[in-house]
Design a protein. Structure first.
Lengths: 423, 144
């Protein structure tokens, strides 16, 4: 790649989201918007190596794409007239739409775009892929690599998603009122899903998929600027910032996971922790009760602020889990609450909560339930029962590394049992 | 990938001359653009070297030598930095090229440096081998 091509690549990376968002508002179709933006890029690739890069490359690309949009419109008007002659008509954008799209707030366009790519008519997989493609500017190949699936799968998923959006006539708008709340939570869910997919892959050997985490964090930061009055947006950003601060300590040299309490805190990224704490403050300052993301962020912040594992304020964490289980009740939150309570008040209190959870059918396949139960039992000196729990947890997990860790813990129980027998 | 854009000091910045309103506004607009693109991690300006100290170790294993500021060679000092997180070196260059001339009277200088990060786990040889095996399997599936 020549130097100019590399520069164009960088400009594309910086400008593509704004460009696609602005164009989508013009033409009201994100597939067409992406095509127009890419046409403009192709023209730039032809011209800039000869003419030099313009002073304002973003504006140049936008003007070029707009011109293409107008050409297309003229052609489609001609086409429409022919359709009219046949007694049919097709809705298209007007010249006014094009002018409005050139003014307007870019931030709003990006917000509209993300509401579209995370629209409820799409499947969860489709939302993630389309958002990464159009807002993250990732290639289908990069997305495929991040999810360890074939590139053609992602390409098809994206094409289908665009088609679904067009045929459902999804409006390029920011929802209002009660709908905003519901739709925003879908957007946050997509971003967090992306982050988690990168943070702890559910299958395969790799624990970290850094690109996905970085993209999710970047999208979250963008969203926080586009929708600054939504506390949960800041809550999610805070959660991702603080979780990211532990990237370098989550696994050891052999690729085995290191538990939070055993991580080297000196290696936690203080810059990201500080950014996370600031984001929680932004959420708090809005003066509404904290939602599930902000509460989870507050919990991770407790860990981030403890100088050593022993300094962790488990009583506060238990209280935050209590609040979280009211804001977003789920057996998984209950399980975490059990862990916090065991740390704050002793393993027998934790065991009580966990025992109630074993009756919950949705938890039957969840490896962390026996894993946590095993941990409590081991602490209570019931190592034979603990071993059985670790073994069933190992059978349930889909992550190879986690399975190794669990089997290691089970083996350790056996040692401590035989030691007891020997005494 | 993290990059640091380092703004070099000048005689004026060392003399405590504040940048004019126009430049301050351009810088604010630029920072806002970085924030909106989700790439800005931190940005700070530094006080002049008056009141700074310089600690040097002229003799290996010896005691440090402390010199009080202000120091004279402005070009060897920094006046501020902007830390960004981007996907490629080219993107970092793209952003650095957009930073306004930080001083505006012929002395402006920005240095772009990549920040060391502890190698991602993906670069670990064992993990890399596993990752590669998975990819090969994937390629195989595709062809099959």
């Amino acid at each position: 790649m020549s130097a100019t091509h590399r520069t164009i690549d960088a400009i594309w990376r910086i400008e593509s989201t704004k460009l696609i968002a602005g164009l989508a508002r013009m033409v009201r179709d994100i597939g067409l918007a992406e095509d127009l933006a890419q046409d403009a890029l192709v023209i730039a690739l032809e011209r800039w190596p000869l003419s030099g890069i313009p002073d304002n490359p973003g504006a140049w690309l936008m003007t070029t794409a707009k011109r293409r949009a107008i050409d297309l419109k003229r052609r489609s008007q001609l086409y429409n007239r022919k359709l009219d002659d046949l007694g049919r008509s097709v809705d298209t954008y007007t010249e006014d739409d094009l002018d409005i799209a050139m003014e307007g707030e870019i931030g709003d366009d990006i917000l509209r775009l993300i509401f579209m790519t995370c629209h409820p008519v799409l499947s969860s997989d489709a939302r993630v892929s389309l958002t990464l493609r159009l807002l993250g500017g990732l290639t289908t190949d990069e997305i495929a690599h991040a999810f360890l699936v074939a590139e053609s799968t992602i390409a098809q998923r994206i094409v289908r998603a665009k088609r679904t959006l067009s045929s459902a006539h999804v409006a390029f708008d920011v929802p209002t009122g009660e709908e905003l709340k519901v739709r925003l939570s879908t957007v946050l869910e997509v971003i967090y899903l992306m982050f988690n997919e990168g943070y702890s892959a559910t299958s395969g050997g790799s624990w970290l998929r850094p690109l996905l985490c970085q993209e999710a964090l970047r999208l979250g930061r963008i969203l926080a600027e586009s929708a600054p009055l939504e506390p949960e947006v800041h809550g999610l950003v805070a959660l991702m910032e603080i979780q990211s601060s532990r990237f370098r300590t989550r696994v050891n040299a052999a690729g085995e996971p290191i538990l939070l309490m055993e991580q080297n805190r000196a290696l936690w990224d203080q810059l990201l922790i500080r950014r996370g704490l600031t984001a929680i403050e932004r959420a708090r300052k809005l003066g509404r009760p904290l939602g599930p993301y902000a509460l989870q962020a507050a919990i991770t912040a407790c860990h981030a602020q403890a100088r050593s594992a022993e300094d962790t304020d488990w009583v506060r964490i238990s209280a935050l889990y209590e609040a979280l289980s009211r804001a977003a009740p789920s057996p998984i939150v209950e399980l975490n609450r059990a862990v916090a309570i065991a740390m704050a008040f002793g393993p027998d209190f934790g065991l009580q909560i966990v025992d109630e959870l074993t009756a919950d059918s949705s938890m039957k396949e969840y490896h962390l339930l026996p894993s946590v139960r095993g941990d409590f039992l081991l602490k209570l000196g019931r190592s034979e029962e603990a071993r059985a729990e670790f073994e069933s947890a190992a059978l349930l997990t889909r992550n190879e590394r986690e399975r190794e860790l669990l089997l290691k813990r089970a083996a350790e129980c056996e040692i401590s049992t035989s030691e007891q027998d020997g005494q | 990938m993290r990059f640091m854009m380092i703004v070099k000091a000048t005689k004026d910045s060392e003399a405590g001359v504040m940048p004019n309103a126009e430049l301050v506004e351009a810088m604010m607009r630029y920072n806002e653009e970085l924030v909106k693109a989700g790439v800005l991690l931190a940005a700070d300006g530094l006080h002049s070297s008056e009141g700074a100290i310089r600690i040097s170790y002229p003799e290996p294993g010896g005691k440090p030598k402390v010199i009080d500021g202000p120091f004279t060679e402005a070009k060897e000092m920094i006046a501020g930095y902007t830390l960004i997180e981007v996907k490629s070196r080219e993107e970092a260059i793209g952003w650095a090229m957009r930073m306004p001339d930080p001083h505006g009277f012929g002395e402006g200088e920005i240095e772009l440096r990549q920040v060391f990060e502890i190698p991602e786990i993906i670069q670990d040889p064992i993990m890399q081998a596993k990752e590669n095996a998975l990819r090969e399997q994937l390629e195989g599936n595709k062809k099959a």
